[in-house]
Write a protein that binds this ligand. Structure first.
Ligand SMILES: [Fe+2]
Ligand SMILES: [Fe+2]
Length: 449
């Protein structure tokens, strides 16, 4: 044997792994797994859009929070899947990747449900079928060769019950005493189940449609007028610039107004769901960050409402800020502006009163409210980072003329204009951060509880 013989190995020459034609018997090859995971990845994304898109069509504050949570969980599944897809050959995802057309068409069709119950049914049908796929995969994959994939599926499996069971109260007895609507509901059910199969048939647009579509216009997603929960009556915006300025609120004159401000964050949540659903073809990391941000705002609202109720208040005793709806003509301008002013103005400015509240609540012996403000600040700090990451890109992405550098300035300017200040007043404070915050938000009566 020649001891000097050198064997050259090109470790990058693995193109043969990408070849989907090169069968290996009936076995699932790495490239097959990657392609199957990629199908699941886009279905998770569309389920997340479906859930987020219907938040503003839900006429109940609790349901809104639940849907945001579900939308977020789907993005967590996407992260697990993408991690594994990136390890496998043949199906790499890039920043420009987007839902395949057929999948997007099918999801759009079943998302246009005539009422909330029909939406809940469509969601349950599709999420159940996705979990059936995961079950099939977990059974078919080689337990040693594909153990990393099975690990990802194991994590996704944790949410099965929560996601599938969620719709049950909405669909089990839907229209039980209304035979006409029940017929509509049953025909919708058949349609939705057929549409899932359409997703995987090759060629052309989906063949099936729902015959009653014209008779029953969709109630969501992203409705022009967000559905209102009657337990959260709206503030009179002709009298006050924002709900927090309404002196009739029971907490108005005390530090406890901080809790109410948190409770009212469902309106920011809802605006973010429009952004999440409406902005197309940003990198997937953007959707993951926005999903987290949206869910955090829902959590802030939940912690606020929970505390108000513990302190003996009813949500009906307050007036609440309405959510901002997306319409086709305002999407391009309003939403990047909304996002920038949220992450570059409202959130950084709110640090000041939140930090003071942490101490004040402690002084008044209210440790739980103090703790809530601490968690709040921790989340908001992350949101400010999200804003730095995406605010400018959002403007660029939708071909707005604004440059990246001017976004923060523009956001502040717009915020103050909306609050009714004159240009000379704005110019006076624009460069000065603490004064600017004094204008943009309100201070609390920290000495009163
Ligand atoms: Fe918040
Ligand atoms: Fe926030």
């Amino acid at each position: 044997m020649d001891a000097n013989k050198i064997i050259m190995v090109d470790v990058n020459d693995v193109g043969f792994l990408d070849n989907t034609e090169n069968r290996t018997g009936a076995f699932i090859r790495p490239v097959d797994t990657a392609l199957m995971l990629k199908d699941c990845y886009w279905i998770e994304f569309e389920l997340s859009r479906l859930a987020m898109g219907w938040v503003t069509a839900a006429p109940n504050w609790e349901w809104k929070g639940e849907l945001v949570r579900m939308g977020y969980l789907h993005t967590e599944h996407m992260k697990k899947l993408r991690q594994r897809i990136d390890e496998l050959p043949g199906a790499a995802l890039s920043d420009r990747s987007w839902t395949p057309e057929r999948v997007a068409e099918v999801f759009l069709a079943v998302s246009l449900a005539p009422a909330f119950a029909e939406f809940a049914l469509a969601y349950r049908s599709f999420v159940s079928k996705l979990y059936n796929r995961y079950t099939w995969l977990a059974d078919a994959l080689d337990p040693i060769l594909e153990e990393p994939t099975l690990d990802a599926l194991r994590v996704i499996e944790l949410d099965r019950k929560r996601l599938i069971d969620w719709a049950d109260p909405h669909v089990r007895f839907a229209y039980v005493d209304d035979s006409v609507s029940r017929m509509r509901f049953d025909s919708w059910r058949q349609y939705v189940d057929r549409m899932w199969d359409e997703m995987f048939t090759k060629g052309g647009s989906p063949a099936t449609d729902w015959a009653e579509r014209l008779q029953h216009p969709p109630a969501g997603p992203v409705p022009a007028n967000p559905a209102v929960d009657p337990k959260y009556p709206h503030v009179d915006l002709t009298k006050y610039k924002s709900a927090m300025f309404d002196p009739n609120s029971p907490t108005y004159d005390s530090v406890k107004h901080m809790i109410f401000i948190n409770a009212s964050e469902m309106s920011a949540t809802e605006s973010l769901t429009y952004l999440y659903y409406g902005v197309q073809k940003m990198p997937m990391d953007f959707y993951h960050d926005i999903a987290r941000h949206t869910w955090d705002e829902a959590r802030h609202s939940q912690m606020g409402v929970r505390r108000l109720k513990q302190l003996g208040y009813r949500t009906e005793d307050f007036s609440w800020h309405p959510s901002t709806a997306l319409t086709p003509d305002n999407l391009e301008r309003t939403f990047p502006e909304f996002y920038s002013s949220l992450t570059m103005v409202m959130e950084p400015c709110s640090f000041i009163k939140k930090r003071k509240s942490v101490e004040s609540f402690k002084d008044h012996g209210d440790n739980l409210s103090s703790l809530q403000s601490e968690y709040d600040i921790a989340d908001e700090r992350m949101h400010v980072q999200f804003g730095k990451r995406w605010g400018a890109k959002l403007f660029e992405h939708i071909d707005d003329f604004v440059t990246a550098q001017s976004v923060a300035e523009k956001a502040k300017q717009l915020h103050l204009e909306k609050m009714g200040y004159s240009q000379s007043e704005i110019n006076g404070v624009l460069k000065s951060f603490p004064e600017f915050c004094g204008f943009a938000t309100m201070d609390l009566k920290y000495d009163r509880y």
